[in-house]
Design a protein around this ligand. Structure first.
Ligand code: GMT
Length: 373
């Protein structure tokens, strides 16, 4: 598995996938520049190999792809790795292809699966400075997957591809007994017993429309006593803090920064906000739904494949803060309505149970291995 080791998104998907495969007896090697945040090494089938990029003063940019492809070659030879699965096309598919070619020179076949996650296609990958290399490396992958139908369509629309894209949605580990989970945090730390808890989790980048999170909350708290939990770090965080100050709601908003305890926060949450400009899937929304938390979201990208209108929450056009606020109030205003949405959110989340998704990846790994013979 090659992935970004950071909080959220593709790194989490790669890590959880690897951990689940390891539980089933597969040997999984994570190859990246830092230990992925959710990776536990307390499993005999899990290995982590760090990619080091030596600092050399001549280089204005340190050549990570070069170091990654070298590390891939070395680890494949040392551990007899059968399949390479790269998450997020840039630069992983490119480095993977280079490794594949180097190994081929030595008569070693390394099939490569590339999973497209979102901005590697819709924002960054599509940039003219990257596009040729991204197109090339996707076309050179043995198998390509995308995390939603919407991302598949975007990929075909934006790139000149000659490859089939298999849609394998993101997943979640469903815990029917999450209420019984040992809690290290009391609800009273987050909010008063008469207050609803509203949560947003992201990497606080522009694409997440962070000011809309604050504005929706501002409208809701005027009608319904509530608190807002803002979890994550990123360039828009300071802007959000300033907006809260300007709106006079700083005492109702908690900024947590990056947290490994999102389950503790989601467990007590009544509503999740995801007003993103673009979102290929919205894993954070699915994680919330798995904790019985309904979702108020935009209807962009793949979000409608996850958040079902009127069932697990509501969807609005990007930027329609008024509609999002109205829908949030509809869900939160009565205990009965909230309880119904919480139940339905969990039911929808169950469709993405890792038990249903894992076999789709295993099938692809088997097809990839068959290419070797
Ligand atoms: O593109 C990003 O924002 C980063 C990326 C990631 O690697 O964290 O997130 C994307 O991949 C996630 C996992 O598949 C999806 O749940 C997110 O919707 C997607 N982000 C966007 O499309 C903005």
């Amino acid at each position: 598995m090659v992935c970004y080791p950071t909080f959220g998104g593709s790194g989490v998907v790669a890590t959880e996938l690897g951990l689940e495969l390891a539980k089933k007896g597969h040997e999984i090697h994570f190859i990246t520049y830092k230990q992925p945040v959710r990776l536990s090494l307390l499993n005999p089938n899990i290995y982590f190999h760090e990619v080091n990029v030596p600092n050399y003063p001549l280089f204005h940019y340190q050549p990570y792809e070069l170091a990654l492809s070298s590390k891939l070659v070395d680890m494949v030879k040392l551990y007899k790795i059968d399949v390479l699965h790269v998450h997020y096309a840039i630069p992983h598919a490119y480095a993977g292809y280079m490794a594949k070619q180097m190994l081929a020179e030595e008569g070693i076949s390394l099939p490569m699966i590339t999973t497209l996650h979102g901005t590697d296609i819709t924002l960054v990958g599509n940039h003219p400075f990257y596009k040729s290399a991204v197109t090339f490396s996707i076309n050179k992958s043995d198998f390509v997957t995308s995390v939603s139908d919407s991302l598949k369509e975007d990929t075909y629309r934006l790139f000149d591809l000659n490859k089939e894209i298999h849609v394998i949605p993101n997943f979640i580990e469903i815990n029917e007994n999450s209420d019984l989970e040992k809690s290290i945090c009391q609800r009273s730390v987050l909010a008063g017993s008469n207050e609803r808890i509203i949560t947003h989790i992201s990497n606080f980048r522009k694409v997440k429309n962070i000011p809309d999170v604050v504005k929706v909350f501002y409208n809701v708290q005027k009608e319904i006593p509530s608190k807002l939990m803002m979890v994550g770090e990123g360039p828009e965080k300071a802007i959000a803090e300033k907006l809260c100050e300007d709106l006079g709601i700083s005492d109702k908003v908690i900024f947590f920064g990056n947290s490994n305890d999102i389950n503790q926060i989601l467990k007590y949450s009544d509503l999740f906000l995801l007003p993103s400009e673009t979102e290929s899937f919205g894993l954070a929304a699915l994680e919330a739904m798995a904790f019985n938390v309904p979702v108020i979201s935009s209807n962009s990208g793949g979000i409608p494949e996850v958040n079902e209108e009127g069932i697990s929450g509501f969807l609005s056009d990007v930027g329609d803060v008024e509609n999002m606020s109205k829908n949030a109030i509809t869900i939160l205003k009565s205990d009965e309505t909230l309880a119904q949405f919480k139940k339905s959110a969990f039911e929808v989340a169950k469709k993405f149970d890792i038990k249903n998704i894992l076999p789709l990846y295993e099938d692809l790994y088997n097809q990839a291995i068959n290419l070797k013979s």
